[in-house]
Design a protein around this ligand. Structure first.
Ligand code: MRU
Length: 360
């Protein structure tokens, strides 16, 4: 894995110039260091996703799409069957890096299906088509984020206070982001919002990434610890909550960063609308409810040691470290997608987005 230090640019997940490797901005080092990594092997890509060097559901999907293309180029065979078997092995391996964000398996399946659909073509041609497909996944995400931002902006007005949790901005997606998209788009149109960014323990995506992105966009952002959300809501400073999502079940139950469901419960108590913003690639119609969403559990040292280094608790103490939780659909005022804003009953409004189609 090669490292270079540069300024943060727009395409923080991309192909290398020769199209053989995946290049990512290492988000685990932000905001202190803007370091780009060139991921050359399946192990490099797995490691980057597992350690949240690239993170946020859509960005993981984009990285996996590029990764599948780069790995496809290394499969040395003219036989479709041998090629496809190896491609699926790579897919299974990458997919095991993080279980909750559905965009990972969604992008990997899309790449595998592209290969399968063209199985009659020579392997070289299939690889070329995979190159087009992964670029399409990225381009579509850019367009989806713009649309989500436009729909999200229709829900708020100039001067509003917005609370957000974790990071669902450009770094987690492409360009505008999802939950932060309306705020960035609104700012471009001359609107002003006050944003409260939860720091988001234990890995501080809110502090390190959200406050950094909003500040860079010139948006008035106030960083708070997760346990301060109730106070800012009680003070009347929050008119809406905007969060991203890692997997939305068919009934609207939504998995997102741990702590999101607590924000939704508080918002209900204070009568503040709580919105989930995400692309349709994050909606899993094959998952009936939140009960079926697998929640990733991570290393207890993320809680016990500041960035795995400075001890913050006794070495021997037990820790429970789920990376996500599920917000009950009854707490959600709307799910904002690139195709429009879904309202309850979500079984119906989400199914309508897909024309009631389900995968086999
Ligand atoms: O563990 P992370 O940092 O990948 O978690 C990210 C989130 O929970 C985001 O809110 C979600 O992926 C949506 S990103 C548009």
């Amino acid at each position: 894995m090669e490292q270079t230090s540069q300024k943060v640019d727009m395409d923080h997940v991309r192909l290398s110039e020769d199209g053989r490797y995946v290049v990512i901005l290492d988000q685990s080092k932000l905001p202190n260091l803007a370091e780009y990594l060139t991921l050359e092997t399946a192990e490099d890509i797995y490691e980057a996703i597992f350690h949240l060097r690239v993170r946020g559901a859509p960005a993981i999907g984009i990285c996996a799409g590029y990764g599948m293309y780069c790995l496809a180029q290394t499969i040395d065979t003219d036989s479709f069957d041998a090629f496809y078997q190896k491609l699926r092995e790579y897919g299974e391996y990458l997919n095991s890096s993080r279980p909750t964000a559905v965009n990972l398996s969604w992008a990997i399946n899309r790449m595998e299906q592209t290969a399968y659909k063209h199985k009659k073509l020579p392997v070289k041609e299939i690889v070329k088509l995979l190159g087009e497909e992964c670029r399409k996944i990225h381009q579509e995400d850019i367009a989806m984020c713009k649309k989500i931002s436009q729909y999200g902006l229709s829900l708020i007005k100039d001067g509003d206070g917005i609370l957000t949790h974790c990071n669902a901005g450009p770094l987690a997606t492409s360009r505008y982001g999802t939950a932060l998209g309306p705020l960035i788009l609104g700012k471009e149109q001359g609107m002003n919002f006050h944003v409260f960014a939860d720091e988001t323990r234990p890995l501080l995506q809110g502090a390190r990434l959200t406050s950094y992105e909003l500040d860079k966009a010139g948006i008035d952002v106030t960083l708070i610890c997760d346990n301060m959300a109730s106070m800012v809501m009680k003070n009347g400073w929050v008119q809406a909550c905007f969060v991203g999502c890692d997997r939305v079940a068919a009934n609207g139950d939504t998995a997102n960063k741990i702590g999101t469901s607590g924000v939704a419960i508080l918002a209900k108590y204070y009568n503040i609308p709580f919105y989930v913003l995400g692309p349709t690639s994050t909606i899993d119609m094959n998952c009936p409810t939140g009960e079926q969403i697998k929640i990733e559990e991570r290393n207890p040292d993320e809680i016990k040691k500041m960035f795995y280094k400075q001890p913050m608790a006794p070495e021997s103490v037990k820790c429970f470290n789920p990376a996500f939780d599920v917000t009950d659909h009854t707490l959600i005022a709307g799910i904002v997608t690139e195709k429009g804003i879904c309202r309850a009953p979500y079984e119906e409004s989400l199914a309508a987005l897909f024309g009631e189609e389900k995968e086999d």
